[in-house]
Design a protein around this ligand. Structure first.
Ligand code: CMC
Length: 430
């Protein structure tokens, strides 16, 4: 695609900057030569106007509420496909043929076990450790266990590392859960599909037969599809930045998990459920709406608002439907948290403050209710998000590594500290 040129005046000096067009979405102004031409940096804390890379993986139109993986709408993938199909699509760019899908499923399934020494690694944690703390540590530690897939210059090793992480995340996530409740680890069972296997590793015990509920398995699989990628969000950008230094892929994904943990990002599903519990009954909603609107109160409605979506998050719609399916299947007729959530959503969608700021429910608003009904404790919610997002992180990391123009990421700053001064000995300090 031919770049067009845009002339801007900086400090009374006219500079020409290339404008690059994508296939869809806003064009970008290429400022990579700006410093050389003007001696100035651009300033954009929070990256609200800055594209950090080119990508062919995921597209979001936040105003229209559109999310595409490799061009396919999320609604269609969630309705017709399964999570491993989405993984294939994100990694390779195309939907698999039946033979490719069978081969991919087989390859992922053959990597589900973790090194036996990992079991001992877990014993070092307190039983009440947050499972995200365990995940950060254990995924980072994979680089100490799988030395044959840490050479990022070897495409074969990169591929094996990718397979290993997609396959082992459910095993590690289930182990983190089992460890926290003092139950023995359940080994993967490779004749089960990806998500059913995960449910079994979480909820089976050695003394009883465990039957996977296909409705719950399908619902969780869909939740994984919804979380699989979301272009250059905070954790993905963290993975790219960590990877730009040449760090091994396990270390990069561990960095992504650490970033995802925060309540403004993946931790919001846990925070949203805690908030619904705290609100407790619909009559208390107005009080919390008032708190959310109060500038002097740090409280925010968790599960509301998004940096990119200024319309209904398309994932939230599918999630809401999935919540109802799961509650029906489990025979949960009256869930007080769901009552609060539905009412809160209705009130917020009509409230001037939320309407004016375009604050709509995001994916995390309903996911907590669904996961809780399935039997997961709140501390596991972000772990499930990390499990599903691993493929997105890997696809984005691979895209970056394979880009011949890739360089170490190195943002600049506006220094506002003390200018240079002379050291003084203690006796002369004020
Ligand atoms: N409740 C009340 N007010 C809000 C909320 C909220 N949830 N979200 C944003 N606002 C207000 C905010 O106070 C600000 O008001 P003003 O312009 O008067 O200062 C305005 O809306 C813009 O907010 P912002 O913080 O500048 O927007 P942002 O793009 O930096 O933040 C966000 C996006 C998702 C961090 C934020 O909306 C938020 O904290 N939401 C709650 C946490 C949450 O649900 N996070 C999950 C995101 S989706 C899953 C994921 O991708 O990880």
């Amino acid at each position: 695609m031919q770049d067009t040129i845009s002339a801007v005046t900086v400090d009374n000096k006219s500079v020409e900057l290339a404008v690059k067009d994508g296939t869809i979405g806003p064009s970008v102004i290429d400022i990579s030569k700006l410093y050389g031409q003007t001696g100035m940096f651009t300033y954009d804390p929070g990256f609200t106007s800055t594209a950090a890379c080119e990508s062919k993986i995921t597209y979001i139109d936040g105003d229209a509420g559109v999310l595409l993986y490799r061009g396919y709408p999320i609604e269609q993938l969630a309705e017709h496909g399964d999570f491993l199909e989405t993984c294939y699509l994100l990694l390779y760019g195309e939907l698999p043929t039946a033979a490719q899908k069978a081969d991919f499923d087989y390859r992922v399934t053959r990597h589900t076990m973790v090194h036996d020494q990992m079991n001992r690694f877990f014993q070092g944690f307190r039983r009440d450790a947050h499972p995200m703390a365990i995940m950060v540590a254990c995924v980072g530690a994979l680089s100490a266990f799988y030395h044959d897939s840490t050479d990022i210059s070897d495409p074969q090793q990169r591929m094996i590392a990718s397979m290993r992480m997609i396959a082992k995340m459910p095993t590690l996530a289930a182990m983190a859960y089992k460890y926290s409740i003092g139950q023995p680890f359940v080994y993967p069972q490779n004749d089960l599909d990806y998500t059913s296997n995960f449910l079994r590793m979480c909820f089976a015990v050695p003394c009883e037969e465990y039957k996977v509920n296909p409705v719950l398995s399908r619902a969780l699989d869909r939740i994984f599809i919804l979380h699989a990628d979301h272009e250059q969000n905070a954790s993905t950008s963290t993975v790219r930045l960590a990877g730009s230094s040449g760090a091994n892929p396990f270390a990069c994904i561990a960095a992504g998990i650490a970033c995802l943990w925060g309540p403004a990002h993946g931790g919001a599903n846990e925070a949203a459920l805690k908030m619904l519990k705290e609100i407790g009954t619909p009559d208390r909603i107005p009080m919390y709406i008032a708190k959310a609107k109060d500038k002097n109160d740090p409280f925010r409605l968790m599960g509301f608002g998004h940096r990119v979506y200024k319309n209904y998050d398309p994932r939230a719609r599918i999630m809401q439907k999935t919540t109802h399916e799961v509650l029906n299947e489990l025979g949960i007729k009256d869930d007080p948290l769901l009552d609060v959530a539905v009412e809160l959503e209705q009130i917020a969608l009509k409230d001037e403050y939320f309407v004016e700021k375009k604050l709509y429910p995001n994916i995390d608003f309903y996911s907590g209710i669904t996961l809780k009904a399935m039997g997961f404790p709140t501390s596991m919610f972000t772990v499930l998000f990390a499990l599903a997002r691993t493929v997105g992180w890997i696809a984005q990391w691979s895209e970056m590594i394979e880009d011949p123009s890739q360089r170490i990421g190195r943002p600049r700053q506006l220094y506002v500290g003390t200018p240079q001064r002379q050291y003084v000995t203690e006796a002369y300090r004020g």
